[in-house]
Design a protein around this ligand. Structure first.
Ligand code: TXA
Ligand code: MG
Length: 332
């Protein structure tokens, strides 16, 4: 159902609320990516969520809440770092990992002692959380290890017939998943880089560590985003060490269909085998466009996607993280 974020139709919210209350699954927009929501207090609904995504049960999901008050009811401890980060960045693309209370079913946390919580900054998501009065467990609304959806059409394409309701609130603004920070460790650890950079977090709470190595498929997971391959398109993704034009030229001369995430200044390559998308040159705009560009190239059935080199700078960390995971070949 279409829903206008500037004039939210209460009857659509009522339907979404009833669906969640009866154990159903509702896909909805957040400012990062579309989430696939279930009542976080209903273990059966959460189990169905995992089944629909094909998500391994050891990958915990994020719980969305309407505000700090509700978040505090789900955790045993609300440290000063949580208070500072919530005051500064909520609603917004930041997820806090905190020790959970038993009210959160173990299905949500993959059996672990912590729960990941965030307040999304998207009017439809917030209105839904407020109207439903429930914490909503919501991973990205895509089949496990595929590309995250940034439009309702992406959700529709991959999950139609498997979910009860899709709320179409238009394209998401940030375009990549929230930053995840674990506040149960000292110093706190960023488990997944995202729209809010480590530098901005450190301004509020001091030194933070970044989880270094990525993890193999069979190791215990501190975070599902830590799987080397994640966020992957169907086509093989190649990260160029330059603007990618040479690679694109040689691949097309061999008759291959190539998608190219280029910069506007790269030279033109006149081949019908190239599908070129000129990407923005600032990091937030690039992030906002990234998944839609990869979805678009997948739909146009290219065999390879060549990505022009990006700056090795702090504001590009989250985009580089998603691209390097997408470029990792599947594990056997
Ligand atoms: O932007 C987002 O975070 C989106 C929207 C829908 O809110 N959601 C999302 O969920 O990306 P998902 O399930 O695709 O990613 C789950 C992330 C993992 O990467 C992991 O870092 C974190 O949530 N996570 C969830 N529970 C956790 C826990 N108890 N401990 C550590 N990490 C956890
Ligand atoms: Mg995901």
């Amino acid at each position: 159902m279409k829903i206008d974020p500037t004039a939210i139709d209460p009857s659509v919210l009522a339907l979404a609320t009833a669906t969640l209350r009866s154990g159903g699954l509702v896909a909805f927009p957040t400012e990062t990516v579309y989430g696939l929501g279930a009542n976080a207090l209903n273990p059966a609904a959460v189990e169905r969520l995992f089944a629909v995504k094909g998500r391994p049960s050891r990958n915990p999901v994020i719980v969305h809440v309407a505000g700090v008050e509700q978040a505090r009811h789900l955790v045993t401890d609300w440290p000063s770092a949580a208070a500072k980060l919530a005051a500064r960045f909520w609603p917004g693309p930041l997820t806090l990992v905190l020790p959970r209370l038993p009210v959160i079913p173990s299905q949500v946390t993959a059996g672990g002692p912590t729960v990941a919580i965030r307040v999304p900054a998207q009017p439809i998501a917030l209105a839904l959380l407020e109207t439903a009065g429930l914490p909503i467990a919501a991973p990205s609304a895509n089949p496990s290890s595929g590309l995250s959806p940034t439009t309702a059409q992406h959700v529709f394409h991959h999950l139609l017939g498997k979910v009860d309701l899709i709320l179409d609130g238009g394209p998401t603004s940030a375009g990549i998943e929230s930053t995840v920070i674990d506040l149960t460790r000292t110093p706190p650890v960023v488990l997944r880089p995202g729209p809010i950079t480590v530098a901005r977090l450190e301004e509020e709470i001091g030194p933070i560590s970044r989880l270094a190595a990525s993890i193999k498929a069979h190791d215990p997971l501190p975070a599902p985003g830590m799987l080397a391959r994640h966020y992957a398109p169907r086509a093989t993704l190649i990260l160029a060490t330059d603007d990618g034009s040479g690679l694109v030229e040689s691949m097309t001369s061999e008759g291959r269909h190539v998608g190219w995430l280029a910069s506007k200044s790269a030279k033109q390559i006149a081949s019908p085998l190239v599908r070129r998308l000129d990407m923005p040159d600032d990091a937030p705009a690039y992030a906002a466009r990234l998944y839609a560009a990869l979805h678009e190239l997948d739909l146009s059935r290219v065999d390879f996607i060549v990505v022009a080199r990006l700056p090795d700078e702090p504001e590009w960390v989250a985009v580089l993280d998603r691209l390097s995971r997408a470029a990792t070949p599947p594990e056997r």
